[in-house]
Design a protein around this ligand. Structure first.
Ligand SMILES: *[C@@H]1O[C@H](CO)[C@@H](O)[C@H](O)[C@H]1NC(C)=O
Ligand SMILES: *[C@@H]1O[C@H](CO)[C@@H](O)[C@H](O)[C@H]1NC(C)=O
Ligand SMILES: *[C@@H]1O[C@H](CO)[C@@H](O)[C@H](O)[C@H]1NC(C)=O
Length: 262
């Protein structure tokens, strides 16, 4: 059911664009900043989706966070130079931008995402686990802290079990204990590990209980199951992409995001 990941992409982009309506009082320079990323990040998301889809058996689900991957690669690019840097930038679709512009755009994006909404909590950020005794350039660490909602964690990777435990506890802390055993096999030669996390808890608009009824859920082409179907009548932003055989729907949470980007 590839539909799911499309909806996810739409939701992430919707979140990224929603500030448009929330910060009318900000300066126009600042206001534009995170929008620089919208088009390249959307293109990257679909290009990556196509690659993943090509390697996934028919009928299997694909679930990924394109924004998380763009962010992690952008963090990496702040520490990269020359050929490596230009390859990262061209893959991300940032060739017309420079690192300063990208950093500032992400800083703005994290600022927007950090504004808590009523009935929902979104926590996104990055952590760099650095091997104790290894000192990356101070500028790199500072850029990640300043622009990518970043944190630096000292880890002694020589002891893999202890390192994994410390990293897992950190991730559990950032995800309200939802993700507890992310890593188990840490390479003792590791110098740095980049961790990107997203925690989201939102309240959907309520459904009318009386409208719930049993109906067929088509698990695949030949299997169906009777399940309770919730129903709601409303207007939704919906897009059908015939070329990519995809349908995209924006399902807003119970927040200000009703006013979706067009
Ligand atoms: C990045 O691009 C902006 C806008 O074109 C420019 O003002 C700035 O000097 C550039 N920064 C670097 C480090 O090249
Ligand atoms: C890391 O752990 C190893 C093994 O426990 C120890 O020998 C080493 O001194 C530690 N390194 C640092 C920088 O603490
Ligand atoms: C995460 O760590 C912070 C700081 O140590 C602590 O205040 C908070 O309660 C922790 N959260 C969870 C879910 O463990």
């Amino acid at each position: 059911m590839h539909f799911c990941s499309c909806a996810l992409i739409a939701l992430l982009l919707a979140v990224a664009s929603a500030d448009h309506h929330l910060h009318h009082n900000r300066g126009s320079e600042d206001h534009m900043s995170c929008h620089k990323l919208s088009a390249p990040n959307a293109d990257f998301a679909f290009a990556l989706y196509k690659r993943l889809n090509a390697r996934t058996a028919a009928g299997n689900n694909i679930f990924f966070s394109p924004l998380g991957i763009s962010t992690a690669l952008s963090v990496l690019s702040t520490g990269a130079h020359s050929e490596t840097h230009s390859q990262l930038f061209s893959s991300l679709g940032y060739s017309t931008l420079n690192q300063t512009q990208v950093n500032e755009a992400y800083q703005h994006l994290f600022h927007v995402l950090g504004q808590s909404q009523e009935n929902q909590k979104l926590d996104v950020g990055n952590t760099i686990a650095v091997h104790s005794g290894f000192s990356p350039l101070e500028k790199f660490l500072n850029d990640v802290k300043q622009h990518y909602s970043g944190e630096v964690l000292q880890i002694n990777f020589t002891n893999p079990a202890e390192a994994a435990d410390k990293i897992n506890r950190h991730i559990a802390n950032k995800t309200q204990d939802k993700i507890k055993d992310m890593v188990n096999d840490v390479d003792p030669e590791t110098m740095m590990m980049l961790i990107n996390y997203v925690y989201f808890k939102g309240k959907q608009k309520p459904f009318i209980r009386e409208w719930t009824h049993e109906d067929d859920f088509h698990v695949d082409g030949s299997t169906k199951a009777q399940v309770d179907m919730m129903m709601r009548m409303d207007y939704y932003h919906f897009y059908e992409d015939a070329v990519n055989h995809a349908s995209i729907i924006v399902l807003p949470y119970n927040s200000n995001y009703d006013d979706c980007p067009s």
